[in-house]
Write a protein that binds this ligand. Structure first.
Ligand SMILES: Nc1nc2[nH]cnc2c(=O)[nH]1
Length: 454
């Protein structure tokens, strides 16, 4: 057995089965020097008491209090790192105008390393403090500051998937924020991939490069073609926006006569490591193509309420077993917490189910049977996200990486109120999902490394 680094003794929640949960009251989770879970013991295991004694004697035992819960780390499949300064403002415009008026001018500033170094450390710190142990980031078109974001994730110990953004279509990109040429974009992307893979200290690939065409409107066909070739060469993850709004969907139809999924597939960008943010206007054949390629969807429920013009087919995506997780879409939505995103996902589905027009009878107002549950949302945030990034995270099982949080429900300024005699294990988990805030998160580990300790 590999050498044990530490053990955590206490209660935990996780969701091995979509829509269900497991609770263990007094588990002992053993983590090795590589940050991998070696075993999960309960008091019926013969080794349980001896292990506790041995770990305790060597100060390797972390014992949780009765109000503390171990939970898997959260996975954010869609974050725009440079938009952090924009979080909480400027959500008054539709997507196209929002990009042109607010977002592109802000992202253009990330050519400046001094500016980037002012923002990126704060963002990574904020996401970790909110329990995001893995994040899939869009950076900007600038290679050097995008590599700096990868370095920052590594410094702070976050599992990071980082993309240098690609956008070269002159009719869609402002002159101050566009690649110098298609050829340069491709060269810089290749160089970015190589530099991230070679960052000192990244031998275990805690941070990975992601090939990142922004979305169909902002990329020429030549750029999409070249990026598809890089995908074949480097077998990297891919991330992009997919059929996010009426405008984006119509633009793709007008230009190619195809859906975004079909366009990405034609250019070799649909693989089992592709993450499609939003994916609102999917056709039944898009569903099939996503499933057959093994690509994943990043559901961003709050941002969809601002930009999508329609509701997400979350119920169908879960029922069809498409790979799917959650994304905050910072700053198309303002909140850097995947716990909050779980609540948004449930709310989003409930509004879809109920409908909105008070002039229609209740049975004609919404889309019946389209809600998702809190447990399904939490599964998306942990297991679903882990599958999308192709990492063994999201569960407390031997062989999984120890990416975990300690939530304390009894801190002085907690919104979570648990009444032992009234709350079942499921009630407690739902309360944590709904009401957890940054203050409740006392410890965060990524790959067995303690990165937040309060
Ligand atoms: N939400 C969102 N959608 C996009 N589509 C293209 N760029 C963006 C972006 O920055 N945010």
């Amino acid at each position: 057995m590999s050498e044990i680094k530490f053990g955590v003794l206490g209660q935990y929640f996780h969701c091995p089965v979509k829509g269900d949960f497991e609770y263990a009251a007094h588990a002992l989770i053993l983590v090795d020097q590589q940050g991998t879970i070696v075993s999960v013991l309960t008091d019926s295991d013969t080794q349980y008491h001896a292990q506790i004694e041995a770990l305790s004697a060597h100060q390797q035992l972390i014992e949780l209090s009765p109000t503390q819960y171990l939970m898997p780390g959260m996975v954010d499949l869609h974050v725009h790192a440079p938009q952090f300064p924009q979080a909480g403002k400027g959500l008054d415009l539709p997507l196209y105008d929002w990009l042109q008026d607010y977002t592109f001018p802000l992202e253009a500033k990330f050519e400046d390393m001094v500016f980037a170094k002012q923002i990126y450390p704060q963002l990574v710190q904020s996401l970790l403090a909110n329990g995001t142990t893995s994040a899939v980031y869009f950076a900007t078109i600038h290679k050097d500051t995008s590599v700096e974001l990868a370095r920052e994730c590594l410094r702070q110990g976050q599992r990071g998937y980082i993309g240098k953004v690609n956008m070269d279509e002159p009719t869609q990109c402002p002159p101050f924020y566009i690649e110098p040429s298609t050829e340069t974009a491709l060269k810089e992307t290749e160089c970015f991939i190589q530099q991230v893979l070679a960052i000192e200290g990244n031998e275990e690939q805690l941070v990975s490069p992601v090939i990142t065409p922004r979305f169909v409107p902002s990329c020429t066909a030549e750029l999409l073609q070249g990026l598809g070739e890089l995908v074949q060469q480097y077998q990297c993850h891919v991330q992009t926006h997919c059929s996010e709004s009426d405008w984006a969907r119509d633009h793709s139809q007008a230009q190619y006569g195809k859906t975004d999924v079909e366009i990405y597939n034609d250019f070799g960008l649909m693989t089992s490591k592709t993450i499609l943010a939003h994916s609102i206007f999917l056709t039944p054949s898009d569903h099939q193509l996503i499933k057959s390629t093994g690509a994943s969807i990043a559901h961003c429920p709050l941002s969809n309420m601002y930009f999508a013009n329609a509701a997400m087919q979350t119920r169908e995506i879960l029922d069809n077993d498409l790979k799917c997780g959650l994304g905050s879409d910072l700053a198309g939505a303002p909140i850097p917490s995947i716990f909050h995103t779980c609540l948004d996902a449930v709310n989003h589905s409930r509004v879809r189910e109920d409908g909105t027009s008070t002039y229609l009878p209740a049975n004609e107002r919404g889309e019946q049977g389209s809600r998702i549950s809190f447990l399904e949302a939490y599964w998306l945030a942990t297991v679903g996200g882990g599958q999308a990034i192709d990492a063994k995270v999201g569960l407390f099982q031997p062989g999984f990486e120890f990416d975990a949080l300690v939530i304390d429900t009894a801190i002085a300024d907690s919104n979570i109120f648990i009444l032992e005699e009234m709350d079942s294990a499921k009630d407690k988990l739902e309360k944590i999902i709904c009401l957890n805030s940054r203050q409740n998160i006392r410890k965060v580990w990524v790959k067995g490394q303690l990165v937040v300790d309060k």
